[in-house]
Design a binder for this molecule. Sequence first.
Ligand code: MV4
Length: 449
Amino acid sequence: MFEKVLIANRGEIALRIHRACREMGIATVAVHSTADADAMHVRLADESVCIGPPPPSKSYLNMAAILSAATITGADAIHPGVGFLSENADFAAMVEEHGYVFIGPEPAHISLMGDKVRAKEAARELGIPVVPGSDGAVEGEAEARRVAAEVGFPLLIKAAAGGGGRGMKVARNEGELMAAYSMARAEAKAAFGNDQVYMERYLGQPRHIEIQVLCDGQGGVVHLGERDCSLQRRHQKLLEEAPSPALNAAERKRIGDVAIEAMRKLGYRSAGTLEFLYENGEFFFIEMNTRLQVEHPISEAITGIDLVREQIRVAAGATLGITQNDIKINGHAIECRLNAEDPATFAPSPGLVTDYHQAGGLGVRVDSHLYAGYRVPPYYDSLVAKLIVHGNSRNECLMRLRRALEEMVIDGIKTTTPLHQEMIAQPDFIDGNYDIHWLERWMAEKAEG
Ligand code: MV4
């Protein structure tokens, strides 16, 4: 096992990784920007190294500085956390070339899933159901017309280098096709330096359902059930729940078996997430995330598995030591992302946290780097706390969540807590009756009064 792990991240996720290391008897190295010198992840780690000024490009994305920090401190392995360098195949390869272990998948799998055209092609070959659409990239206007005739309208044009919703254009009919096609290409070129696009049937009211997998790269593959991540705004998730209120046991088993079979064939190692759109009882693969995700704690809550510990173990060459039969989905979990933002406008609200108290009690977990007297810097993601609540049933989970949201105290800055309180009181939410457009529709209705 590793003796020392460098955590190439900040905020609550750096704490999350530190905690797993500590429990395993592994020493930790924090890296931080000058804006984060007083951050909790720096305080808790055994050692810390300042890697640059506040802008992420000069610190948390600075590969040379991070590798230097690993060298200076004699770390064995690097955990990239979420965001930043976590899905950068070049970084993963560089870490390995310098003799450190990358706590994540092989660089080749990161790069495969980063190219959405190649990822979809791989998914199809691995037996995963995909959205009907073009066979690979659409190379010109003639091909765009031919694919449209085959797939029908409405259709969606997506950037190969995109993902997470960036660079998508809907064409509702033949008349909109060419403008959407050229706009998608131009935007993809501007945003990613790559104008490759592909086309898919546009699903009108799907849910976003993702399967958490955990693999050792040696034939050991399990899934930890699904998460329903439909409640999002502008591709930013606000609340996630597991299991999805929309799936029945047979559907869960069907898509879980598909995921296991595919990951075994791929030879994938580490934690990963297969993202699907789910509509009318059908699953359609859209992307795979080759990293730990922000919402991983709800899967931990319903399975009792420590995903970060398992990531570290398999990175060190261990096998999983469990099979799918050992995994029991227990009860229901919900995560609320508490962001330092105005709950009505989502304008960032950094600044001094004058008072802080976190919810507690049975079934309540708070992952946060906040403390009273901490100043939330303006340079980074606005996530300041994740409230994760578990109950024996969805109803018990909702009761507990209501209570836990009331207990949270984050004073001095605005947070999205009141929005969560309002959202979970909506009859549609209580009924589990929502799709990927629900939140934006509800917010628009509220704004109209
Ligand atoms: C789609 C879609 C409808 N039809 N693909 C957006 C993020 C990216 N990962 C894929 N996305 C979508 N792909 C087809 N064929 C609708 C979306 C989408 C979406 C997906 C998941 C969660 C939220 C979303 C919000 C808007 C659009």
